[in-house]
Design a protein around this ligand. Structure first.
Ligand code: PLP
Length: 496
């Protein structure tokens, strides 16, 4: 299987999976996409249904990562999805709530769905270095507003031939998120807080990536820079697995007959998670509609409903912060598939130049053939969260609540087809305890750990052990620097 850039028009250069995972972003600024989509037959589904999650992951990822052996993929999947990383029997349990099937993707070490990709991607990168004949080691730089940084640290800690340095705004993350990062273990990790906001951290990291002197200094240390963000193919392909795996689990449980269509609701930000579902559907998984659920930042809702993508709008900070985004990077991959490389390139250029593009009616129709979109404002998010807790005894996090709202509206609009609706549940409620308490109409303690305990007491649902245990851990990383000193900090870490 070969990959090309979404922005390559004529005679596109082809890359192997290992090259794609190592590079992250194509040299022309496009995203890597596979030149074909592998097929999944009913017989394959039967076979996969008999397997464990790591076995399914190795099989499914192997269809895309053809330059990795099944043994390599299986050993990576076992390390990523077994105990102690995922203590439960299955890493992605499905809970039936009313007539919805909730696919819980947050039973990993950082209690958010990003673990599903970031637990395995470091292994894929480490192997990619050998496969591509790379002699240097990778230095991963991350600027984070909270969730991604911790998930990346936890994934890359102690992975051979990789170092990781995470920067976060010292006053821009929650108490729990800060504690998660400050206490990170591992001999190859570094965490630095900076004075300023997330943009300052992000700009600092971008400047280091663009700095030629830095590249040559790092080269002397035997290092090259790499990134862990969600446009890397290595983060997408592990996400295809859990949609197929969920279908197998529902078949095994008799909650679905083989061949039945299932609709899938995904709380969406950068369009990575829902695009992975789209790949599963195009491989042949019986998925009906994909429902894109957004919060008040509803740029995708407008796009899917009207065909106009317009980022020139107010940015809202919401109670579902991991979906607060105006440019959904992975949408470029869908446009490439649906509209072809020429149109895709012209849309992306218009977005860069003017902040807006409109697709033609054929493209819009093709998008609407597969996708439905809803959004949910702050009040509705909180109401739905409270309703599910009070009436259905299910404690959801704020991101999942946005998806539940979309799922209920989709159900009401399609009452007659009676399809299975799978809802991606993307974070533990305890990761966002203060917002969840507020939604439930309870008092919100100032301190994050206080809030966690209070939520635990009220709901009777135990918090993930690793979150609750954080408070007692000793901080390992306490340094706060100014954004202007980030380059020096990276160099010092590189030389350590
Ligand atoms: C990152 C994230 C999302 C959004 O996923 P995308 O792949 O960016 O669309 C949703 N919920 C949670 C909890 C997240 O951390």
């Amino acid at each position: 299987m070969k990959f090309v850039s979404t922005r390559a028009l004529n005679n596109p250069k082809e890359y192997t999976a290992a090259e794609v995972i190592k590079q992250g972003l194509a040299p022309d600024g496009g995203l890597f996409v596979p030149t074909e989509i592998p097929a999944l037959t009913e017989a394959d589904l039967d076979r996969l249904a008999e397997m464990t999650y790591p076995q399914r992951a190795a099989e499914i990822m192997g269809l895309y990562l053809t330059d990795y052996t099944r043994e390599e993929l299986l050993s990576a999947a076992n390390a990523a999805y077994g105990a102690p990383k995922f203590p439960e029997v299955t890493p992605t349990p499905i809970t039936k709530v009313g007539d919805l099937e909730l696919l819980e993707l947050w039973h990993g070490p950082t209690s958010a769905f990003k673990d599903m990709a970031l637990q395995i991607m470091p292994h894929l990168l480490s192997m990619a270095l050998t496969k591509t004949g790379e002699t240097r080691d990778a230095l991963i730089l991350v600027a984070t507003s909270g969730d991604t940084g911790k998930a990346a640290l936890e994934g890359y800690a102690d992975v051979p031939r990789v170092k990781i340095h995470v920067f976060y705004p010292t006053d821009g993350v929650s108490r729990i998120q800060k504690k998660q990062m400050a206490t990170q273990q591992g001999s190859n990790v570094n965490v630095t807080a900076i004075y300023g906001n997330f943009d300052d951290a992000q700009n600092g990291v971008k400047a280091i990536f663009a700095d030629a002197e830095m590249a040559s200094l790092l080269d002397k240390e035997g290092l090259f820079l790499s990134s862990a963000n969600s446009i890397n193919w290595g983060r997408l392909v592990p996400q295809v697995v859990y949609y197929i795996s969920a279908y197998c689990d529902l078949m095994n449980a008799g909650r679905l007959q083989k061949g039945d269509l299932m609709d899938v609701v995904v709380p969406t930000g950068n369009f990575g998670n829902i695009f992975a579902c789209c790949l599963a559907k195009r491989m042949g998984l019986p998925v009906g509609k994909m429902i894109c659920a957004s919060n008040q930042n509803n740029v995708l809702t407008d796009f899917i409903n009207n065909g106009v993508y317009d980022r020139r709008r107010t940015f809202y900070q919401t109670v579902s912060p991991s979906m607060d985004i105006l440019i959904s990077s992975n949408l470029e991959r869908l446009l490439w598939l649906v509209a072809g490389p020429e149109k895709c390139a012209s849309y992306m250029e218009a977005l860069r130049e003017d902040g807006v593009y409109a697709v033609d009616s054929a493209v819009l129709e093709a998008v609407q053939e597969e996708f439905v979109a809803y959004f949910c404002d702050e009040a509705l998010t909180k109401n739905v969260l409270r309703e599910f807790y009070e009436q259905k005894k299910y404690l959801a996090d704020t991101h999942t609540a946005v998806a539940l709202s979309a799922a209920m509206r989709h159900r009401r609009a399609n009452e007659e087809d009676n399809r299975t609706i799978l809802v991606a549940s993307t974070a533990s409620p305890y990761k966002f305890s203060p917002a969840v308490l507020e939604a439930l109409g309870k008092a919100v303690p100032e301190d994050g750990f206080e809030a966690l305990r209070s939520l635990q007491k009220i709901s009777g649902v135990p918090a993930p052990e690793r979150l609750a245990a954080l408070e007692a851990l000793e901080d390992r990383f306490t340094e706060v620097i100014s954004a202007g000193d980030m380059k020096e900090a990276v160099l010092a870490f590189a030389r350590s």
